[in-house]
Design a protein around this ligand. Structure first.
Ligand SMILES: Nc1ncnc2c1ncn2[C@@H]1O[C@H](COP(=O)(O)OP(=O)(O)O)[C@@H](O)[C@H]1O
Ligand SMILES: [Mg+2]
Length: 229
């Protein structure tokens, strides 16, 4: 079976008088229905690696393969299209648009992809919010929600285009312990449903909820192992 997401000798060096290595020699493969965490000290390249995996950044070495296809030479339009179709993103800060309702925020990536009618987008948005226990919040503005509810809205938005891969960068960094565990529960459930889920965290307790842990130091993978149960 072709890995949904794979890297080969992936690297990202920032040019300059003194070039900075953000990510180096990362070769990894990710299967469907898997939940991996990326851990490592602050500044170890976790976010940089996640951005490369999600085609938000372009490598200077190696490549990211999506469904077997190399991506570094895609033009911007093709890369954006692949990103919208394959990946969903959740960040530490929810980046919900304050002037839009919860439902409209969730529908935004669907509008960008442009594959559904407005009625289909609304129905799918409501179904996603319902699956996250958020149906009764759909018509509120993000400001009226709790932190945990906002992050669940961000997860619903990440799932808008039914992505095969969900990437989360410290999605619980601004949440209390209970809400953080709830968001990780949701991520684990997404993997059970067949998606490939990759989350950056620095929380040991949350890392233990994943199946696999990839540990970075100075932009390199120093450990990649199944999480002990
Ligand atoms: N655009 C940039 N310009 C300069 N340095 C950067 C840039 N992006 C990241 N870095 C540096 O690269 C290293 C890795 O950053 P990052 O991937 O954000 O680490 P992490 O998410 O593990 O904290 C850090 O030392 C950071 O300061
Ligand atoms: Mg980071």
């Amino acid at each position: 079976m072709t890995d949904i997401l794979r890297t080969e000798g992936l690297g990202r060096v920032l040019p300059g008088p003194v070039p900075t290595t953000l990510v180096a020699e990362v070769t990894l493969a990710f299967q469907p229905a898997s939940f991996s965490v990326i851990t490592g000290p602050s500044g170890s390249g976790k976010s940089s690696l996640l951005y490369l995996l999600g085609l938000l950044d372009i490598p200077t070495q190696g490549d990211v393969f999506v469904g077997g296809a190399a991506t570094s030479r895609l033009d911007d339009a093709a890369r954006t299209r692949m990103r919208l179709a394959v990946f969903g993103f959740v960040f530490q800060f929810h980046f919900l648009l304050p002037e839009f309702s919860v439902l409209d925020n969730v529908m935004l990536p669907m509008r960008q992809l442009g594959a559904l009618t407005r009625a289909q987008m609304r129905a799918r948005g409501m179904a996603l919010l319902d699956s996250l226990g958020m149906a009764d919040q759909a018509h509120k503005k993000p400001d009226a929600l709790s932190g945990g509810q906002r992050q669940r809205t961000a997860v619903a938005r990440a799932l808008a285009n039914d992505p095969r891969v969900v990437l989360a960068d410290e999605p619980t960094g601004s949440l209390d312990t209970r809400n953080a565990a709830a968001v990780f529960d949701v991520l684990a459930r997404l993997a059970t449903d067949g998606r490939t889920v990759i989350a950056v965290t620095h929380d040991e307790g949350l890392a233990a909820m994943a199946q696999r842990r990839i540990h970075l130091v100075d932009g390199r993978v120093v450990r990649d192992a199944a999480v002990a149960r």
